[in-house]
Design a protein around this ligand. Structure first.
Ligand code: SF4
Length: 526
């Protein structure tokens, strides 16, 4: 109600004109459905509860500008509206409409401070073992083929399929240990292969090959099985499996992927939330990105900057944790968008730096013009050559063996008893300087106080998880999950705006008897 009073209507029907066909029955007001969808997430309501709230609650009617006797709409309309939101970039455009309103009201502007963090989101499907995935993929394909062309499927059925696939596939401990599990997997493999061979036979109806679950079965079979030299179907294991980002975890949500991050392991997605954190204005979420779980945080830094710059909401300072920044990203953010990317770079993992003893990289003088390094003992390096480790470029510098073997302080420089000291530097001078400067700065208490504001994003994620149900995806697929995340972010914004507008004084805290006693004794101020 406060937001309605201060900002008026956040959305207007004209903004949604392109989302609907030009002919047919007039639809319900799209601007109202958008607002109900946001209000729904402020309280983590189901579609039925949200539709009931529109019909029954005066605060919902006030926010939506409805008459008291308005009877609302059927709850299924909300699902249809979300399906529209999941197309193209409509969910992001909806968030942009809200942000435009805030810019107009003077509550949001670019070039301030912003912070970003990510959290994991569990898929809305049952987590399956690889064995269950194989069985469930066959079952899903059989269900779809039964509905589509039962006459074609019937001659293929094996006597044991009714028992094996008649109910959802749940497998606990398999008798016979690992060989027993492999035998069970290859049993599923043969069943799936029979279906796929029949569906791809020349005389099979072509439409069967394009059924979604048949196509998923084909891909699961590519991920999980192979033909050996004797032409037998085999269960893939270990390094023969494709990476987690490629293979499916469930036939019912092929966008959900398995990931491990520190002590958390989950199958689903990752959401990245960016919010403003200036003291003079409400903290609002300005960017939401949803990815499959195995995408690393650092891969989103440039995407976030480009998106914010395109909307004229790029910050002057962007505060992030180590996962989001490398020297190359710090340099790009400054050069392309004029953004100061503030955060601690990954620590120097050399044993000298870890122990805080001996000569780490900072003890060496690097001359990038002559491509030489000078060590603390005054020895000049012998070799300077490019090096590629784990897909990243470095410069490797080596000192002369004769200098290092005769060096009196060798123990402080290298653990090796035979080889000379070597250094690995970033491939360009500018990157090396950013890295050195950042690592020095982050030890400074003033830098640490400036960086401390990042911690506030944890509270935003906590609000989204605990109040709006962010941790678990309500829907299947990346596009619909992103819609949920955008609506969640808008719900958080809504709550924060209401708090910002609410100027009613809060009740002062009542003193306890003991505190009154302490005040009388002069132990605390009253
Ligand atoms: S070990 Fe080699 S690189 Fe290290 S200080 Fe001695 S001479 Fe210099």
């Amino acid at each position: 109600m406060l937001v309605r009073d201060r900002l008026g209507e956040l959305f207007e029907d004209e903004n949604f004109a392109g989302w609907y066909p030009v002919n047919g029955c007039p639809s319900l007001s799209a601007s109202q459905l958008a607002l109900v969808s946001v209000l729904q997430f402020t309280e983590d309501l189901t579609d039925r509860q949200a539709a009931d709230a529109v019909r029954l609650r005066i605060d919902f009617k006030y926010a939506l500008g409805l008459e008291l006797e308005d009877t609302g709409f059927h709850y299924s309309v909300l699902s249809e509206f979300r399906a529209r939101l999941a197309e193209h970039d409509r969910a992001d455009r909806l968030l942009q409409m809200m942000l435009d309103c805030l810019v107009e009201a003077g509550l949001l502007k670019g070039r301030g401070r912003q912070r970003t963090d990510a959290t994991h989101v569990l898929a809305s499907v049952r987590r399956l073992s690889r064995l269950e995935l194989a069985g469930e993929s066959v079952r899903a394909a059989l269900e779809e083929l039964s509905a589509c062309d039962a006459g074609w499927l019937t001659p293929l059925l094996e006597p044991e399929w009714g028992k094996r696939y008649g109910r959802k596939v749940e497998i606990g401990k398999v008798p016979g240990g690992k060989p027993g599990a492999v035998a069970r997997a290859e049993e599923f493999g043969r069943d799936g292969q029979k279906i796929l061979t029949a569906a791809w036979a020349a005389d099979a109806p072509a439409r069967l090959r394009f059924l979604p679950q048949v196509e998923i079965l084909r891909q699961v079979w590519l991920h999980q099985f192979y033909w050996d030299a004797e032409g037998r179907l085999r269960w893939r294991e270990g390094t023969a499996l494709p990476p987690a980002a490629l293979r499916f975890d469930s036939p019912y949500d092929t966008d959900a992927h398995y990931c491990v991050k520190r002590d958390a392991a989950w199958s689903g997605y990752r959401v990245h939330v960016t919010e403003t954190c200036d003291q003079s204005s409400p903290h609002v979420v300005v960017h939401v990105a949803t990815t499959i779980a195995p995408v690393q945080d650092g891969q989103l830094t440039e995407v976030i900057h480009d998106d914010l710059a395109a909307r004229r909401l790029a910050p002057a300072e962007h505060v992030v944790d180590t996962a989001y920044l490398t020297p190359a990203q710090v340099e790009r953010a400054q050069q392309v968008h004029g953004i100061t990317l503030l955060g601690p770079l990954a620590a120097d993992h050399s044993h000298q730096a870890k122990a805080g003893q001996g000569f780490d990289k900072t003890a060496f003088t690097i001359d990038w013009d002559t491509r030489q390094a000078t060590c603390p003992q005054g020895a000049v390096s012998r070799a300077w050559r490019p090096l590629r480790i784990g897909g990243h470029d470095y410069i490797q510098i080596r000192f002369a063996k004769k200098d290092c073997l005769a060096c009196p302080v060798r123990a402080q420089c290298t653990d090796s008893t035979e080889r000379p000291r070597a250094l690995a530097l970033l491939p360009r001078q500018s990157l090396h300087e950013i890295q050195t400067r950042n690592r020095l700065e982050q030890r400074d208490p003033q830098w640490q106080r400036r960086y401390a504001i990042r911690a506030g994003i944890e509270a935003t994620l906590s609000q989204a998880v605990r109040t709006c149900g962010l941790r678990r995806s309500r829907y299947r697929g990346l596009a619909r999950t992103h819609v949920q995340h955008v609506l969640t972010a808008m719900a958080c914004n809504f709550t924060r705006l209401a708090d910002w507008f609410d100027t009613a004084p809060t009740a002062s805290r009542r003193d306890t008897d003991f505190r009154r006693l302490c005040a009388a004794a002069g132990l605390v101020t009253a």
